[in-house]
Design a protein around this ligand. Sequence first.
Ligand SMILES: [Zn+2]
Length: 121
Amino acid sequence: MHETDMTKALILTVRDWWEAQPERPQISQIHLTVGRFTCVEPASLQFAFEVQTQNSFLQGAKLVIRETPLIAFCHRCQQEYQPEIGIQYACPTCGSPMEDIRSGRELKIERIEYEQFNYMS
Ligand SMILES: [Zn+2]
């Protein structure tokens, strides 16, 4: 469900961009950064994207997902560490609870690739 709603939001964002383009280009790829801590399953996202873009302006476009790890920063130890999602979030050195997340919550469109129109005859 989570992924379905997110895909809707993603498509709306891309559509806003696309409708603002004078040429309405054919979009070939959407590059997305997804943090591990968003709990978004890339496979589910891919599936939702394929279903929701059928017969739309995004038909045939590919979703390229880059995952970023969860990285936290421990202020007591002054160092970064990688919590194990769902298992252990505290600092492995001193046991302080996770409070400062440096990476892993991203969910953003990195770039959109589209076909350049070619007017050469
Ligand atoms: Zn620590």
